[in-house]
Ligand binder design. Structure first.
Ligand code: SME
Length: 156
């Protein structure tokens, strides 16, 4: 189970101290990556200004060739196109899927958004099938919402 409460509080403290979204997104990824053995890869993708591609901001895990992902492509791109979080319990059954590492079995994408405005996403992979629960999604949404608050403040 992810301890999102402390992470969200830490992110708010960083905001209060004047840290920018770049620092917050790196801290969130680093913290999440060590928070649970189920997570083999954790990263943040940001939507480009045109709203057509996701760009990898930072990650912990195996190197990936998917530094840029068109909206609509893969699980990541589909989450943006559908404006919805995606919990994929078995990636081998997914037709629209981009392989990061052959060991990955399940994936969770949680959008960083303020209403209809999508800034990006937190992407998690696991080497276990069906690794992610509704509680994980809820916890990650709280983290994503805090990142969205800072991103929105910087774009005003
Ligand atoms: N599996 C993702 C691609 C990102 S990597 O896992 C890091 C997808 O299908 O969009």
């Amino acid at each position: 189970m992810i301890e999102a409460g402390k992470l969200v509080r830490d992110l708010q403290t960083m905001r209060d101290e004047g840290h920018l979204s770049d620092a917050l997104m790196r801290y969130a990824v680093r913290t999440l990556s060590t928070s649970d053995d189920r997570f083999s890869w954790v990263g943040v993708y940001l939507l480009d200004e045109a709203g057509s591609e996701l760009w990898l901001h930072n990650y912990v895990g195996s190197p990936t060739e998917h530094a840029k992902i068109p909206v609509g492509t893969g699980v990541c791109g589909r989450a943006v196109a559908e404006k919805s979080n995606l919990n994929v319990p078995d990636v081998s059954k997914e037709e629209n899927y981009l392989t990061c590492s052959p060991d990955v079995q399940s994936e969770l994408v949680v959008l960083i958004r303020a209403g209809d405005e999508i800034y990006g996403q937190i992407d998690l992979d696991s080497e276990d099938t069906g690794a992610f629960t509704d509680e994980d999604e809820e916890a990650l949404q709280a983290v994503a919402d805090k990142l969205a608050e800072q991103l929105a403040a910087e774009r005003r």
